[in-house]
Design a binder for this molecule. Structure first.
Ligand SMILES: [Zn+2]
Length: 230
């Protein structure tokens, strides 16, 4: 398989779309190969079934034009820091061979997002070690970048997503079971059903305003990002 340019990890299908659906759409439009890998099937979600959420993820993936969408099937609300979990993630990184990896920001109200952040950091590190799982060729990820799901702080990179904003919104609307309080007749109220998408739009608009564009997504990095200025 041709290597990916960008691989985005989330705990649940919809994490990547909330935090960086615009950045994904923009890079796909510019010809980059982008993949999303969800660690769990979100089987603990209050709304929607695993099957429905998988259909929604497939729809969102088509809208965004992803080159790959995978799910590692790790336990929702049972993501633990273990040797086995990190091995499974390293295998996925080495299978897809991305240049840049994105993970959820390290502070978030949902503990699984925080755990995913840590697990991906460890897996990106191990993926380049030739004596770790030596039967699979190593992958040296150029940069690990963090995106925001629920909480935003310390933004130090932004991407102008104004031109692809409609695509981000369409990808998010694919997750109807999560965001629409009337999606099914046994839907319950959650933080996501109460104006969540409007808040995401406000956040993207506010971040855009700080950089003079209509909409932007914000990111954080732990290690300096190397750029060519001229
Ligand atoms: Zn999530």
């Amino acid at each position: 398989m041709e290597p990916l340019d960008i691989l985005v990890f989330g705990a649940h299908a919809d994490d990547a779309e909330i935090g960086m659906g615009g950045t994904i759409a923009k890079h796909v439009k510019e010809g980059y190969r982008v993949g999303v890998c969800d660690l769990t099937f979100a089987e603990m979600s209050s709304n929607g079934t695993v099957e429905l959420r998988q259909q929604e993820a497939a729809h969102a993936s088509t809208v965004l034009g992803l080159s790959s969408r995978s799910n590692l099937g790790l336990p929702d609300r049972g993501l633990v820091h273990s040797r086995e979990t990190i091995e499974v993630i390293v295998e996925e990184i080495r299978r897809l061979r991305p240049r840049i990896v994105f993970a959820p920001y390290w502070v978030d109200r949902h503990p699984d997002h925080v755990q995913t952040s840590k697990l991906i950091e460890e897996a990106v590190f191990n993926a380049k070690l030739r004596n770790y799982m030596p039967n699979i060729p190593v992958v040296n990820v150029e940069q690990l970048i963090y995106y925001y799901i629920n909480d935003v702080e310390a933004v130090n990179l932004t991407v102008d997503i104004s031109e692809v904003y409609a695509t981000k919104q369409e990808a998010l609307r694919a997750y109807r079971s999560q965001f629409d309080p009337f999606a099914t007749n046994n839907s319950v109220a959650t933080p996501l059903t109460n104006g969540y998408l409007e808040r995401v739009e406000s956040r993207d608009s506010l971040l855009g305003g700080s950089r003079g564009c209509a909409y932007a997504e914000g990111f954080a990095i732990k290690r300096p990002y190397n750029v060519s200025l001229f």
